[in-house]
Ligand binder design. Structure first.
Ligand code: PRX
Length: 632
């Protein structure tokens, strides 16, 4: 049974039902899945704890809903089509049957290595089908996967391994990205020097580069699966057992492990996938995200595969070997739904329309956008040059914590407006809050975006620190989940996301906590103090601007800033490298020692006309010096 909405009035009808009687609404959606045992109660919740449980005492295994469910109906249909980095290399297709067999084989490997229900498994892999197989095999044996984006440094990887006390790491020898061959296993080796819980590492051979293998700990993927049974009994999970942990940055401290659970996430990822993209059987769907992020989890792997879709997985980058690569792939596989990030659109827009010309793009029906606000110019370019004005754009707003899309048009159903995520999906009850903590009702209002009722795909906790979950999301506004985003509801009741209102910056659709980048910068021995802010960046959406107080020690500014960039790359990864580093004599601090970030943001933005009240600063002169040294 499909729960697809087909008309705008159908959407309003479903939305009303979902608010009037959420339990019945979600029970109906959940009934279309295979449960080993149906739930006793649909929902138990309070946002004070927070304590949210969906489909209580329901028993299931999410992979049965992906694999067994489709084996006898669409077993020969491609589940994953993989496009390699090099266009000349053969692509690969895994049908639902082959996916079933690969997942079972690898599940048997995991069990042979002693992996049991509840164990944590880190997946640090390139974009190869085995990465999806790895995720599903974990889910099948009841292990909790935590995928770490393969661009993160060994330090960042070690932090995540230590935080969740992972027992196993699944990785590869290397990674092809554009014209680069990136070592992956070597990064794992380095990370494991600072961890003590990992007993097994399994390495998928991708690049063939030399790697060191530690006897008794390291095993090749292809050797491990040899002779393994292509059948395996899925482990029974409770709805509220953890499915995965995904680390994400916040405004304070180290990244936190967002926890999603089996039942609710399954129901929500499939429901949102089918409705937002209006996926029909036979369609070919492509999401360009990396599986290291939530978009890859929910909309390359879980959502599409639960829906029995064909999901394309691309190993490479949009501009290799040419700036038309995305469009070449769209034509090659006759992609119907295409889902990417505004930063990719803007990067390709900068190459003009010439790279698009050789391609027909006539298979496209729906275009998606995710990860950051899409500016109107990029929206129109996407709509005109890629969608040829006939494809609806679904600007999907959501977060790692929400598990799935929350606010978005339904493709071809909800009238769109450039830069607007439009309307909440059924089941999503939004509230816009003012700074005094009052809900702003009615239209034409602007404030902080909250959600006032639970939805099945929502975060349950932050791994190992429930209080952090409470403080971060459920304390700003009583009885509400606070998203950290600013939002406007216009005269039509449409939502436009305005960006983060906390100290999180969104660089190319990647979330970076300013504190996290500052901590990395401060690791450089000559850095005394630093402050990081975001500023508007043509391609990345936001760039990272760092103000740094240094002990220069006869170094040139140039060599010092390069060293600082290297330090950040080493501590976090290249995605966190500041775009601009300004060496400053001091930072604008109040008498109580608080950095006035508002001033730093204005300077970084080049918006120095009105600096506002600086009278509470300890040393107001420092502002002039900062303006003087501003980096264009
Ligand atoms: O600020 C919002 C922005 O990305 C944040 C969530 O980041 P992350 O957890 O990494 O997940 C990204 C992919 C779901 C949000 O708080 N964001 C995401 N989608 C949009 C967006 N901002 C505006 N419009 C969007 N469509």
């Amino acid at each position: 049974m499909s729960d697809r909405i087909h008309t705008l009035s159908g959407y309003f009808h479903e939305y009303q039902k979902s608010v009037a009687d959420p339990e019945n609404f979600w029970a109906r959606v959940a009934d279309s899945f295979h449960w080993k045992k149906r739930w006793d109660k649909v929902l138990d919740w309070n946002f004070e704890g927070p304590d949210v449980k969906w489909f209580l005492n329901g028993k299931l295994n999410i992979t049965e809903n992906i694999l067994e469910r489709h084996l006898y109906t669409i077993g020969d249909k491609p589940a994953i089509i993989w496009e390699p980095n090099e266009p000349g290399e053969d692509s690969r297709t895994l049908t639902y049957r082959q996916l079933y067999e690969e997942v079972c084989r690898f599940s048997n490997v995991l069990q042979e290595k002693g992996v049991q229900k509840g164990d944590k498994v880190i997946i640090y892999m390139p974009m190869v089908p085995e990465a999806a197989v790895a995720m599903l095999a974990c889910a099948r044996v009841g292990a909790i996967h935590s995928v770490v984006f393969a661009g993160f440094s060994s330090n960042a990887l070690a932090d995540r391994i230590n935080d969740c006390e992972a027992k196993v790491v699944l990785t590869a020898d290397g990674n092809f990205r554009g014209n680069k061959k990136i070592p992956v296993k070597a990064v794992v080796d380095e990370a494991l020097e600072n961890t003590s819980t990992v007993s097994t590492v399994i390495i998928y051979q991708r690049t063939g580069q030399e790697v060191s293998m530690k006897a008794g700990r390291d095993f090749w993927w292809h050797e491990a699966i040899e002779g393994k049974d292509a059948h395996q009994e899925a482990v029974e999970m409770d709805s509220e057992d953890m499915l995965f942990i995904l680390y994400t940055s916040g405004s304070t401290g180290k990244p936190k492990g967002v926890v999603h659970t089996c039942g609710g996430y399954m129901v929500y990822s499939k429901y949102t996938f089918e409705n937002v993209f209006q996926y029909s059987p036979g369609d070919v769907y492509w999401c360009t995200a990396d599986i290291g992020w939530i978009t890859g989890h929910s909309y390359i792997v879980y959502g599409p595969l639960l829906a029995g879709a064909t999901s394309i997985m691309f190993e490479g980058v949009p501009t290799y070997p040419h700036a038309g690569r995305f469009w070449e792939i769209v034509d090659k596989y006759k992609v119907n739904q295409f889902y990417t990030a505004p930063t990719a659109i803007r990067a390709l827009q900068a190459h003009g329309t010439e790279p698009i010309e050789p391609f027909k793009l006539d298979s496209l029906k729906v275009l998606g956008s995710v990860g950051e606000p899409i500016n109107e110019e990029a929206w129109h370019w996407y709509h005109t040059h890629i969608g040829k004005t006939k494809c609806p754009i679904v600007d999907t707003w959501w977060q790692t914590e929400t598990g799935g899309i929350m606010v978005s048009p339904l493709a071809g159903i909800t009238p769109t407006k450039p830069a607007y995520a439009t309307l909440p999906l059924p089941g999503i009850q939004l509230a816009i809050m003012d700074t005094e903590g009052k809900e702003m009702t009615g239209n034409s209002v602007e404030g902080n975006l909250c959600v006032k009722f639970p939805w099945p795909g929502m975060i349950r906790t932050t791994y190992g620190d429930h209080d952090r979950c409470k403080q971060t999301y459920f304390s700003a506004y009583k009885g509400m989940y606070f998203t950290g985003d600013g939002v406007k509801r216009d005269h039509d009741g449409y939502y436009r996301i305005l960006g983060r209102v906390d100290d999180v910056i969104n660089v190319s659709g990647h979330r970076m906590g300013t504190a996290e980048v500052e901590n990395a910068i401060n690791e450089h021995p000559l850095v005394v103090e630093s402050a990081v802010v975001g500023y508007p960046h043509q391609v990345k959406g936001q760039g990272i601007y760092a103000y740094v107080i240094c002990d220069m020690k006869n170094r040139s500014e140039q060599s010092l800033t390069n060293e600082i960039k290297d330090t950040v790359t080493k501590i976090i990864g290249p995605i966190a490298k500041p775009d601009k580093i300004q060496i400053v004599p001091g930072l604008p601090k109040t008498r109580s020692g608080k950095i006035m970030r508002r001033i730093l943001r204005k300077v970084a933005e080049g918006n120095m006309d009105n600096m506002g009240d600086t009278s509470t600063l300890l040393d107001p002169d420092v502002v002039d010096k900062i303006i003087e040294g501003r980096i264009e």
